[in-house]
Design a protein around this ligand. Structure first.
Ligand code: CO
Length: 212
């Protein structure tokens, strides 16, 4: 019942440890953030981005939601994206999915779970668009994990279609968009796709920018 107290205790020990290593640590932290990476990951409790990448405080600007979905009508994600890309000016954006993703599994099924049904509907749309390939995979786990990967690829393309990312591309070469899959079964991060400024994008999604 008091398991939450361990978190507070751990925090106090962590502060002491940090100060022992470097008594200016928190003074420097308060000066501001200049993260080189924006991380868009799943809310799953097993895939904490700093833990699996060894990143330090200040390295990752983070947005997480169920099944790492990038939707242009999501005010939360779009605020993080605009701020990360145009104000913090991150150089890289990582969309990181993971094997055994419950959100992707739910999208493969037919049970009504609540409002989450609306959220993961876009993954059913991705399934619909890749039905032939996915249904060619007999093993259910394999099909599930293939949809995890296809989802990551689609979400990277959704980033490329945004005016914020294209605004930065108008001015230079960054950000580079990356799609990764974290393998829960062995801890491995797999680099599955990369999309840079001049990579193919259907012209219907291209915005024009006046030089301001
Ligand atoms: Co997940």
């Amino acid at each position: 019942m008091d398991r939450y107290k361990a978190l507070l205790r751990n925090n106090r020990a962590w502060v002491q440890g940090k100060l022992r290593m470097d008594d200016q640590y928190f003074k420097r932290q308060v000066a501001g953030q200049h993260p080189p990476f924006l991380w868009i990951g799943c809310a799953d409790s097993r895939v904490g981005p700093e833990e699996i990448t060894g990143a330090k405080a200040g390295d990752l600007f983070v947005h997480r939601n169920i099944a790492n979905i990038v939707t242009h009508s999501d005010l939360n994600l779009m605020s993080v994206l605009e701020y990360g890309v145009l104000t913090l000016r991150v150089d890289h954006i990582v969309v990181c999915g993971h094997t055994a993703c419950g959100g992707v599994q739910a999208a493969l099924g037919h049970r009504k779970l609540g409002i989450i049904d609306k959220w993961i509907r876009t993954i059913k749309d991705i399934y619909h668009d890749h039905r032939e390939e996915l249904e060619g995979i007999e093993d259910e786990n394999e099909r599930w994990n293939r949809l995890v990967e296809v989802n990551v690829r689609e979400q990277v393309m959704n980033l490329a279609k945004t005016s914020f990312v294209q605004r930065r591309w108008h001015d230079g070469d960054f950000p580079v968009l990356h799609g990764w899959v974290y393998h829960v079964e062995d801890g491995r991060l797999e680099d599955v796709t990369r999309h840079a400024k001049d990579d193919p994008l259907d012209p219907i999604y291209r915005y024009e920018f006046d030089d301001e």
